[in-house]
Design a binder for this molecule. Sequence first.
Ligand code: PLP
Length: 370
Amino acid sequence: MISVFGSDIGDAEIAAVTACMKSQWLGFGKKVEEFEAAFADRLNLPSFVMVDSGSNALYMALVLLDLPRGSEVIVPSFTWVSCAQAVLLAGLKPVFCDVDADTMNARDIDVEARISSKTSAIMVVHYAGLPVQMDAILRFGLPVIEDAAHAVDAKWRGRSCGSIGEVGIYSFDAVKNLTAGEGGGITAKDATKSARAKHLRYCGIGKSGFEAATSAPSLARWWEYDIKEPFIKMLPTNIAASIAAVQLSRLDDLQARRRAIWDRYDAELGDLGGLVLPKSASPSDQHGYFTYCVRAKERDALARALLEAGIYTTLRYHPLHLNRLYAETERRLPNTERLNEEALSIPLHPRLTDDDVTRVIAGIKRFYRR
Ligand SMILES: Cc1ncc(COP(=O)(O)O)c(C=O)c1O
């Protein structure tokens, strides 16, 4: 079966994990700090704090913003569940907005339609890696949380996605452009937020006993923690950071492979009436190439035909406002509901061979010429 998502783990990642194992320091440590510095440098971020998942980074981002309890955060409905779960868990209310059917990103008019006196922040998602037009969102003057889970190598007007709003998050889960197996992280404009993120991820503790003992040798009773505030544990491991560091060093090649597949789909699927191809980034922006999401009126039949041909496709995402937990029965989000009927992610990841891509293209052409 050709898979829709995937990562590419090579000998260098395996060697890095082996070295980490041999060091006997598997949990949080130097490898994490080294990866954080390298990632911030590559993306030109003011700061970067790694945590154990992108979902947890979203929750932490909302906590860092200190928004009034019960206030509303605007979230696109066409996104992964963590975006809304994080809002709810932070004691806030998700209010879902529509997206543009072509870019699959929220626009200013989508956000504006949901702004009320209770709105305290806006969450945007750079869907598939296509940068959101951030100036249009920033003009509302509300704190913006950027979900750059798909956009680790994407840029809006030369600036890394994730670094433009008040806080931004990344995901390094098993199928993301840069994987750590599981992992994520947060960047914040304000240095006090990054400092707070560092103690939050360690159960709210300022310094570990080891850190305290080694950084201030005259200190007695270094094991008496300074707990700054209550929080859950989100520490990433040296193992995850070892994988991530190698992936970061290979990111240009991994992205080039994704882009080559994207360009082949663009070139070879363009003339099939009924199949709408995803938008490319504008010349001033850079796409992140996370998923190639097409639109088709006969989407379910196309997905079934591809599955029968050994090609797994899927929809990212089932709209949140249609989900039982978040159902907003009175609210219609027409573009999102249309995407729910027509959108389909087809295989895009660096481990696909040229033959795999040929098979995907042939499978789609066969469907349209049947
Ligand atoms: C848009 C988006 N945000 C957040 C996440 C959460 O990331 P993680 O899987 O690392 O928890 C994902 C994961 O798929 C995602 O697609």
